[in-house]
Write a protein that binds this ligand. Structure first.
Ligand code: NAP
Ligand code: MG
Length: 503
C-alpha cells in the first residue's frame, strides 16, 4: 500500500523540534532535569526520533510541587480578580487557536493520528474547552443557607464558599495528548488551583508547547508546571505529601496504584480509566448510519480511545449484513503516516502498544474467533511503523481474553443478540462502565437501554460525541469523578461553610 508524499512539517514545527532537549517548566522557568537526564520521543509512523526532552524524576516533582505551593499560598492566582482569571484563559484559548496548525502537526507526528483529525477534533476541542472554562472562572458561586441551631436562640448568617483545592497533580495518557491536558487544566485553572502536569512519555511535545503559551499569555509563574518523564515521575506526584489532589487518566491498573499512593496524605483523587464499551445495534436501526458509526466507534483514533465501542452487539436478523458492512468500511480505511493528507488511520502510538494489540489479536485467533477482516500488523511500506490493520472479529465467546480486557487498538469483537433484556445484561457483563452506544429508531427501546446500561455516557444513534459542556466519566472500574461541564468544577473546589452571628 504505497502512501502519498508526506509533506514537510510547517516551519514553526521544524523550529520547535530542532535544537537542544526540551526542558521542564517549573515556577515559570524552563529548566533541565535535576539529574540532567533526557529521553527521546519517537514518530510512530517510522520510529524516527522527533526530539529529546528532560526526563523529570522525583526530585523534579519535588521542585515543581514547591513552586506550585509557593504560588498557591501567595494568592497570586486564586486571589486574582475572577475576571482577570477568566481573561487569561480566554487569551490562552486564542493563543492555541492562533497556533492551531503547529499543534495539529505536533500531535500527528508524536502520536501518529491523521493531521486532519488532530486539527478538526483534538485542537478544535481544546480551544473550545479552554473557552468554556474561561466562562466559568467568574461564575463559581456559593450559597446562603437558612440555619437555626435548636440550642442557641441567636440568629446566624450561614454561607458557603467554593475554594480551590490547592496544589493539584495531573497525569495524562498518550491517546489525545493536548486534549487530555485541556480536560485536566481547564476546570483546575478556572477554579484557582496550581497544577503540576505530567504528560505521557510517548507524547510529551504538545504539552511543552502549551507550557510556552501559558507563559506567553501571562499566567503567573508556578500556576502551571510541566514535568515530562516516565511513570516514576507520575508515581512521585501521586504519593507527594504536599499535593492536595491528583487527577489521572490512563489504565485501570495504574489508576489503582494512584489510589494506593494517595493514601499517605489522603489527597483527593479523580480517575478516568479504561473501558470495554458495548455498542448495541437493533434490527430497526438505519443500517447505513449504524454501520458507519459502529466502524468509527472502534476505528476512530485507531481504537486508542477509552470509550471505544469495542464490543459490538447486533440483533440477529441484521447481524451478518451489518458485519459485512463494517468489514467493507474497515477494508477501505487508508493506513499511512498521520502527516500524509490521504491517511485515514495512522500507526499505533508505540511498539509496545502494537505488541499489546497484536498480542490480543493472536490470543483471539488461538481461542477460535474469526477475523473477518484484518488480523495482523500492516506490512509493506508500513512495516517500519507501528501500524495495525483494522480488525473485525466474529464467532467470539464472551469469556475470551480479548473480550474481557481492554485492547486499546482497532479491534472489534461482534456478537449476535436476541432481545433487549438479554443484550442489556450482556452489555453490562464487564468490570468497566465508561460509555455505550445504542442504535434504533424506537424511542422507547433507546430510553430503556440508556437507563439499563451502567456507563457514564450513552450515545443514541451517534457515537464519540463530545462537548466541553457535557460531563464525561466512568461507572464501575472506569473511574470516578467527572470531567467537563459544570461537574468538573466540583473536582477542583472544596466547600467552606461560614457562620456569622447576627443577633
Ligand atoms: P498508563 O501506564 O496508565 O499511563 C498513563 C499515565 O500514567 C502516563 O503519563 C504514565 O507515564 C503514568 N504512569 C505510569 N505509571 C505510573 C505510576 N505508577 N504512578 C503514576 N503515574 C504513572 O497507560 P499506558 O501504559 O500508556 O497504556 C496502557 C493501557 O492503558 C492501554 O493499553 C489502555 O488499555 C490504557 N489506557 C487508557 C487510557 C484512557 O484514556 N482511559 C489512556 C491510555 C491508556 P508514562 O507514560 O511515562 O508511563
Ligand atoms: Mg512520540
Amino acid at each position: 500500500m504505497a502512501t502519498a508524499t508526506i509533506p514537510e512539517p510547517a516551519p514553526q514545527v521544524r523550529s520547535f523540534l530542532a535544537g537542544k532537549a526540551k526542558k521542564l517548566l517549573i515556577g515559570g522557568e524552563w529548566v533541565d532535569a535535576a539529574n540532567g537526564e533526557t529521553f527521546e520521543t519517537l514518530n510512530p509512523a517510522d520510529g524516527s526520533v522527533l526530539a529529546k526532552l528532560a526526563k523529570g524524576g522525583a526530585e523534579d516533582i519535588n521542585r515543581a510541587v514547591k513552586a506550585a505551593r509557593r504560588t498557591f499560598e501567595s494568592g497570586a492566582y486564586h486571589r486574582m480578580s475572577v475576571h482577570e482569571r477568566s481573561k487569561l484563559l480566554y487569551r490562552l484559548a486564542d493563543a492555541i487557536e492562533a497556533n492551531a496548525e503547529q499543534f495539529a502537526q505536533l500531535e500527528s507526528l508524536d502520536n501518529g493520528k491523521p493531521v486532519g483529525i488532530a486539527r478538526a477534533a483534538d485542537v478544535a476541542l481544546t480551544v473550545e474547552h479552554f473557552r468554556y472554562y474561561a466562562g466559568w472562572a467568574d461564575k463559581v458561586e456559593g450559597e446562603v443557607i437558612a440555619v437555626a441551631p435548636p440550642y442557641d436562640p441567636g440568629r446566624f448568617l450561614n454561607y458557603t464558599l467554593r475554594e480551590p483545592v490547592g496544589v493539584v497533580g495531573q497525569i495524562i495518557p498518550w491517546n489525545f495528548p493536548l486534549l487530555m491536558a485541556a480536560w485536566k487544566l481547564g476546570a483546575a485553572l478556572a477554579t484557582g488551583n496550581c497544577v503540576i502536569l505530567k504528560p505521557a512519555e510517548q507524547t510529551p511535545l504538545s504539552a511543552i508547547r502549551l507550557g510556552e503559551l501559558f507563559c506567553e499569555v501571562g499566567f503567573p509563574a508556578g500556576v502551571v508546571n510541566i514535568i515530562t518523564g516516565y511513570g516514576d515521575a507520575g508515581a512521585a506526584l501521586a504519593s507527594h505529601p504536599d499535593v492536595d489532589k491528583v487527577a489521572f487518566t490512563g489504565s485501570t491498573e495504574v489508576g489503582k496504584k494512584i489510589v494506593q499512593a494517595s493514601a499517605g496524605n489522603l489527597k483527593r483523587v479523580t480517575l478516568e480509566l479504561g473501558g470495554k464499551s458495548p455498542n448495541v445495534i437493533f434490527a430497526d436501526a438505519d443500517l447505513d448510519i449504524a454501520a458507519g458509526a459502529a466502524a468509527s466507534a472502534i476505528f476512530f483514533n485507531h481504537g486508542q480511545c477509552c470509550c471505544a465501542g469495542s464490543r459490538l452487539f447486533v440483533e440477529e436478523p441484521i447481524h451478518d449484513e451489518l458485519l459485512a458492512r463494517v468489514a467493507e468500511i474497515a477494508k477501505g480505511i487508508k493506513l499511512g503516516p498521520g502527516m500524509a493528507p490521504d491517511t485515514q488511520m495512522g500507526p499505533l502510538v508505540s511498539q509496545e502498544q502494537l505488541d499489546r494489540v497484536t498480542g490480543y489479536i493472536k490470543s483471539g485467533l488461538e481461542e477460535g474467533a474469526k477475523a473477518i477482516v484484518g488480523g495482523e500488523r500492516a506490512g509493506g511500506d508500513l512495516a517500519k511503523g507501528y501500524f495495525c490493520q483494522p480488525t473485525v472479529f466474529s464467532q467470539v465467546r464472551e469469556d475470551m481474553t480479548m473480550v474481557q480486557e481492554e485492547i486499546f487498538g482497532p479491534v472489534v469483537t461482534a456478537f449476535p443478540f436476541k432481545d433487549m433484556d438479554e443484550v442489556a445484561e450482556r452489555a453490562n457483563r464487564t468490570q468497566y462502565g465508561l460509555a455505550a452506544g445504542v442504535f434504533t429508531k424506537d424511542v422507547s427501546k433507546a430510553h430503556r437501554l440508556a437507563e439499563a446500561i451502567r456507563a457514564g455516557t450513552v450515545w443514541v444513534n451517534c457515537y464519540n460525541m463530545f462537548d466541553a459542556a457535557s460531563p464525561f466519566g466512568g461507572f464501575k472500574q472506569s473511574g470516578y469523578g467527572r470531567e467537563m461541564g459544570k461537574h468538573a468544577l466540583e473536582n477542583y473546589t472544596q466547600t467552606k461553610s461560614v457562620w456569622i452571628r447576627t443577633e
